[in-house]
Design a protein around this ligand. Structure first.
Ligand SMILES: *Cc1c(COP(=O)(O)O)cnc(C)c1O
Length: 372
């Protein structure tokens, strides 16, 4: 059926749904699980994943940009709340409200901008205020008095959520997580003292959940990576993961051509591999323009005829070369697995000196997503 595709990714929505249910069970009923579907659901396909998660009962979806949020609404996802986590561009604020997206606010001056927009529409708008609790990226300073003052001047803005983000939740032993949680909790209680009690306090992503930072679970957690079956790579002595999640994506390509080479001849750009023996290579139809990391040149593995075999030579833009000398029967048109059980995003990340997130997000749209 897909024998005409050079490269495609098979995604199990059942698996993602099972991962979601597992995470929900781990955090328990007091804590909502917001499903992070930004960046095409980490390469799994945003709309298809979001629809399935909403069907599983997900109350909140979160995205990075207004454009991603609009895409969800335009795809017919109307009931779930959609939090736009990282769009601080004022040019998008009106569109957020037009599409009933919930803005995360990163600047106290933006509260007034939303207040004006709300007044002009004759409505109240709900926002989630992001505090910089110590990550040093987006968010307003952790100063409850300044927040209360700004919020007091914006009667048409309801601060429904108070959020922050942890910078080191999979680093052990790191003191930053504890400090961030403490800062966040302090600001939340000072705001409560000033009469501001956001319904949803949320600070944790996958790392804070899977490694059991329970103080950070609060009213909601925002889960991306672990929905897709991975846990963040740790540094130091990490506790065991609390979740039982499994990857949902296998990325495949096809053999374009098979070639027998003698010993002592070069393979590919820069002659980075010289055959050491008579070698049968297969040229497969995916390269760095599809998302195969160039760092896998001469180092990666792919599965051909059920066997994990090495990549030989440089990864090219649209092709890679693999060694099938020891695997009988590989022929043009055969399926070859680039990422799957046995050589997954964590394995690739380790070879390419990056993280599983990066590997998943880099699988290009040119690899059609097929839901199995
Ligand atoms: C991407 C993101 C998340 C999800 O992080 P995971 O580690 O993938 O669970 C949560 N919150 C914010 C603000 C994010 O940008």
């Amino acid at each position: 059926m897909n024998d005409q595709l050079r490269s495609w990714a098979e995604v199990s929505l059942d698996r993602i749904a099972a991962n979601y249910r597992n995470i929900r069970a781990v955090v328990g009923p007091q804590t909502a699980v917001a499903c992070v579907v930004k960046s095409e659901a980490y390469g799994h396909g945003m709309v298809a994943v979001a629809k399935r998660l909403v069907a599983e009962g997900a109350p909140w979806l979160t995205v990075t940009s207004t454009q991603e949020g609009m895409e969800l609404r335009q795809a017919g996802i109307q009931d779930a709340h959609v939090l736009v986590m990282a769009d601080a561009l004022r040019a998008n604020f009106a569109s957020m409200l037009d599409h009933r997206l919930t803005p995360a606010v990163h600047d106290l001056a933006d509260l007034a901008v939303f207040n004006e927009l709300a007044l002009a529409r004759g409505e109240r708008v709900r926002v989630h205020l992001k505090i910089d609790s110590g990550m040093g990226r987006l968010g307003v300073p952790a100063d409850a008095r300044a927040i209360a003052e700004a919020a007091g001047a914006c009667p048409n803005v309801e601060i429904e959520g108070l959020m922050s983000h942890l910078a080191s939740s999979s680093d052990f032993p790191a003191t930053q997580t504890g400090q961030q949680v403490q800062t966040f909790t302090r600001v939340a209680s000072e705001l409560a003292g000033a009469g501001i009690r956001p319904r949803l306090r949320h600070i944790s992503a996958s790392g804070g959940v899977v490694y059991g930072c329970r103080d950070a679970w609060l009213d909601m957690v925002r889960i991306g990576l672990s929905l897709y079956g991975y846990v963040p790579a740790t540094t130091g002595p990490a506790p065991a993961s609390l979740v039982d999640v499994k990857p949902a994506l296998a990325w495949k390509t096809r053999v374009l051509s098979i070639k027998e080479l003698p010993a002592g001849v070069p393979v590919g750009y820069g002659a980075r591999h010289i055959t050491k023996r008579p070698t049968r290579i297969a040229v497969v139809g995916a390269g760095y323009a599809d998302g195969v990391f160039r760092q896998l040149s001469c180092r990666g593995l792919v599965r051909a005829a059920g066997v994990w075999v090495p990549m030989l030579g440089a990864v090219s833009m649209d092709m890679s070369t693999i060694d099938v000398t020891d695997v009988a029967g590989v022929k043009p048109g055969d399926e070859v697995e680039l990422l799957g059980e046995g050589f997954d995003a964590d394995n690739i990340a380790a070879l390419a000196d990056t993280i599983s997130y990066d590997v998943l997000c880099k699988i290009q749209p040119r690899a059609e997503r097929i839901y199995v």
